[in-house]
Write a protein that binds this ligand. Structure first.
Ligand SMILES: *Cc1c(COP(=O)(O)O)cnc(C)c1O
Length: 393
């Protein structure tokens, strides 16, 4: 018997290093934005989920400060005990109004919203069908629920239908899980087809709108609105921490669903309510999303312009299919991806390498923001051209 039960930690870290999978944090200084200071270097920021540039907006900051002065820094308890404030209700009503659902429920993060909702909806006698590329929070929510889990190939409706035909009758309830915008690829789930399959096989459907809220759809309500599926029965999850520039997560759906979750979702019941500052900032962000559609228009102008520049100047760059602000190009190996990320960084571009185990194949991931200037996008393309065109083609 070894004498130290912790020695395996070092060995395991060494394995992570050998595979080039090792990761560590990088310090950003000052306010978030289209450019940031990263370890003393000014860089153009293509690594942020702050798609509309709201995380540093003075109105969100003012709302958070006012809420702290009025309600304090902590909400002091779980929502069902002492942690519920009028602000929480206002935010939940604003989310439901944006999503055009009967009600919504705010969690302390999007991750917790997925864990708690999935675990509340299905159990041992039930089946989960999950897209292979789903976010970690959907995958771990599925495991936590104790249901049987089948993964289907990415966006493969035909294969999903086959699995449903073969397996659905063996289980009590069935829940289909999917990202709406896939977070590490940037493509969209085939939502209308998924809804039709869910109807045909008597399944619940949960879509994670984390990267779509504020970004897609005429009013910024997300992928559901983008596909004209507003009002159809489904469970929408999202986050307050991406385009909404705050922190927290939510579920939107029927009032029966929300009432049930308030009684059964452990990651909502047994955790402290969202802080007044985060709640107020998210509420301010939702108002801005509703009142300033020009931010979303500018975001899409930037996405289209960057795609056009890449097509013109970097025809060999293999962009993964994308219908969102997330643009990725694949590299041959983790070593190439790290090298490309480093070269970009040295040239003043912050666009991280995303490697296994987060994704199956290494890539550089670019997130476009509404607040990027034309010159930022042009610099990115110029740097790609002179530095890494040889690595990727
Ligand atoms: C970021 C993300 C989450 C987690 O949201 P947080 O609020 O950051 O916890 C969940 N699902 C998807 C698809 C995400 O991209």
């Amino acid at each position: 018997m070894p004498t130290d039960p912790y020695t395996w930690l070092e060995e395991s870290l060494a394995t992570i290093h050998r595979a080039d999978w090792y990761r560590s944090v990088q310090t950003i200084h000052g306010l978030p934005g289209a450019t940031v200071v990263l370890s003393e270097q000014q860089v153009i920021n293509f690594a942020s989920n702050d798609y509309l540039g709201l995380a540093g907006d003075e109105r969100l900051i003012a709302a958070a400060i006012t809420a702290i002065k009025e309600f304090g820094t902590g909400s002091t308890g779980s929502r069902l005990l002492s942690g519920h404030r009028e602000l929480h209700r206002e935010l939940e009503e604003a989310i439901a109004s944006t999503k055009q659902t009967e009600d919504s429920l705010v969690f302390s993060s999007g991750y917790l919203a997925n864990l708690g909702t999935i675990a509340a909806l299905v159990g041992k006698r039930d089946l989960i069908l999950s897209d292979q590329y789903n976010h970690s929070s959907l995958k771990n929510g599925a495991i936590l629920s104790g249901a049987a889990i089948l993964e289907y190939p990415h966006c493969d409706i035909a294969e999903l239908k086959t699995q449903l035909s073969q397996q659905r009758q063996n289980y009590r309830r069935c829940l289909i899980l999917t990202d709406s915008v896939f977070s590490m690829d940037g493509d969209l789930c085939p939502l209308p087809e998924l809804l039709d399959l869910a109807d045909a096989f008597n399944c619940m459907l949960l879509v994670d709108e984390a990267h779509a809220t504020g970004v897609l759809g005429k009013t910024g309500a997300g992928c559901v609105e983008h596909f004209g599926c507003t009002g159809r029965q489904l469970i929408q999850i999202g986050t307050l921490s991406k385009a909404l520039g705050s922190l927290g997560g939510y579920v939107a759906g029927s009032s029966t669903l929300i009432d049930f979750l308030r009684n059964r979702a452990p990651s909502w019941i047994y955790t402290t309510g969202l802080s007044p500052a985060d709640t107020a900032a998210a509420l301010a962000a939702i108002k801005i999303v509703q009142q300033e559609p020009q931010r979303r228009v500018q975001l899409w102008r930037n996405i289209d312009y960057l795609k056009k520049l890449i097509q013109q100047h970097l025809p060999n760059l293999k962009l993964l299919p994308s219908e969102s602000p997330i643009l990725c190009f694949q590299l041959h190996s983790t070593t190439d991806a790290l090298k490309a990320g480093k070269q970009l960084r040295d040239a003043g571009i912050f666009a991280p390498a995303i490697r296994p185990p987060t994704v199956p194949t290494s890539r550089i991931r670019i997130s476009v923001m509404a607040t990027h200037q034309t010159a930022h996008l042009e610099k990115l393309v110029a740097v790609l051209n002179s530095n890494i065109a040889t690595t990727v083609s």
